[in-house]
Design a binder for this molecule. Structure first.
Ligand code: FES
Length: 235
């Protein structure tokens, strides 16, 4: 009988799985720790993307009110499923690599059926995009005039990558062009669908860069806010 991880592949198939698992698990741990920390999320014109609503509360971190949106959106994301099915559950660890024996019933059984909530998380994620852009624009306003620091660039990058991640979503693609029998009768939707489809090809890339950019921006603001480093002001 073939054993788990047995394969006829001769390439280093495990590298992608290992790197994905490491980055994914570290990102989850970092986000949870930061969300629970409840401080060091604001500095000058900067607001951490993990804290889009900096509500003052003495009893709970403000990130806890909103964290369920990016967490739910990402965990149910089709690409993210591939990442954790392979890297965390080894189910399978890679193409043509033997997985552990399991009684898998597809995504129609609990808890996998909850992944179908992705289309609803998408609506909340869409609402978050303009909020991130609002904070990105604010990061360029220093005491009433235009300015720019390294933080402005990191927050702007986070907004750009989040936008591309949401626009390239498979559910958004369906929303833009699904349920139409004849595109010639709806040219506008056909153009939107084509645009979204072109982004969708790189959805995996946008998943990773948007995940990393939100952490880099938050970490930079945390270090500034806690007095660990000084801001790199560009002008
Ligand atoms: Fe990845 Fe929707 S499929 S965000």
């Amino acid at each position: 009988m073939e054993r788990t991880f047995s394969t006829s592949r001769t390439d280093s198939w495990w590298v992608e799985t290992l790197v994905s698992a490491s980055v994914f698990v570290l990102a989850i741990i970092y986000s949870i720790v930061r969300a629970l920390e409840g401080k060091f999320f604001q500095w000058g014109p900067y607001l951490s993307p993990l804290y889009p609503f900096p509500i003052e509360t003495a009893w709970i971190s403000p990130a806890m009110f909103t964290m369920w949106v990016p967490a739910g959106f990402r965990i149910t994301c089709y690409f993210c499923r591939r990442v954790y099915y392979r890297s965390v559950f080894a189910d399978p660890p890679a193409c043509m690599v033997r997985e552990p024996k399991r009684n898998y019933k597809g995504e129609s059984a609990f808890p996998y059926i909850l992944l179908n909530l992705h289309r609803y998380f998408l609506f909340f994620a869409i609402l978050f995009v303009p909020i991130h852009w609002f904070h990105a624009i604010k990061s360029f306003i220093w005491e009433g005039s235009f300015g720019m620091g390294l933080g402005s660039i990191l927050i702007l990058a986070d907004s750009v990558f989040l936008t591309l991640y949401v626009l390239s979503c498979h559910s958004f693609r369906h929303l833009s062009g699904g349920r139409i029998d004849n595109y010639s009768q709806n040219n506008a939707r056909y153009k939107i669908w084509k645009f979204v489809s072109s982004l969708n090809k790189n959805h995996g890339f946008f998943f990773w860069v948007s995940l990393i950019s939100v952490i880099v921006a938050d970490l930079y603001i945390r270090l500034l806010s806690s007095g660990t480093i000084n801001e790199i002001r560009i002008f």
